[in-house]
Design a protein around this ligand. Structure first.
Ligand code: HEM
Length: 150
């Protein structure tokens, strides 16, 4: 027990402001999942981004005429995907990015609308600069599999 306490004390700590407004302290080498505030925080971010892009004049075409349950299922897959990629305790059971987006003809302008929506959400939830950068880098790492047209 002593050794564990020592090891934890040796790490720097960073405050994480949860979406509830409360502050939690985590080690600065904690996973991105932990530093973002866990499942509920990631789920709230996904909800907020999807609400924005579904209402967008151009990007909204991908969510038009889709059933509520289909959208809820897709959102759950996106949460699972981000949680598992960020080091969280979930298994992503959906399809790979290249397969699930193939043929949708997602273009550069669509992508920029998504990223602007994501930046707006991260800013709204006061996500700190380091985590904002890592989330944006993660999204960027999926771009080549998703965007088909310039
Ligand atoms: C402008 C960009 C994007 C558009 C227009 C878009 C659109 C869509 C649509 C319409 C689906 C439903 C596909 C279906 O039901 O067959 C889907 C599925 C999905 N998307 Fe995206 N997407 C975009 C970017 C992203 C990004 C950046 C991620 C990850 C960070 C992502 C993760 C997923 C996941 C996990 C699924 C579910 C895959 C499955 O059903 O197995 N998408 N996307």
């Amino acid at each position: 027990m002593k050794r564990i306490v020592k090891r934890i004390a040796a790490h720097c700590i960073v405050p994480v402001v949860l979406l509830t407004g409360s502050v939690q302290v985590v080690a600065d080498d904690a996973t991105l999942y932990q530093r973002l505030g866990g499942y509920d925080a990631i789920s709230a971010v996904v909800d907020d981004v999807v609400a924005q892009i579904a209402a967008d004049e151009k990007l909204g075409r991908f969510w038009a005429h889709r059933g509520d349950d289909g959208i809820a299922r897709e959102k759950q897959f996106i949460v699972d995907f981000i949680v598992s990629e960020a080091g969280g305790p979930l298994h992503y059971g959906g399809r790979e990015m290249a397969i699930s987006h193939k043929g949708m003809r997602i273009d550069e302008e669509d992508w920029q609308i998504l990223i602007t929506a994501l930046e707006t959400t991260l800013d709204k939830f006061a996500v700190p600069p380091r985590e904002t950068r890592e989330v944006l880098e993660f999204f960027d790492s999926t771009k080549a599999d998703i965007v088909e047209e310039s």
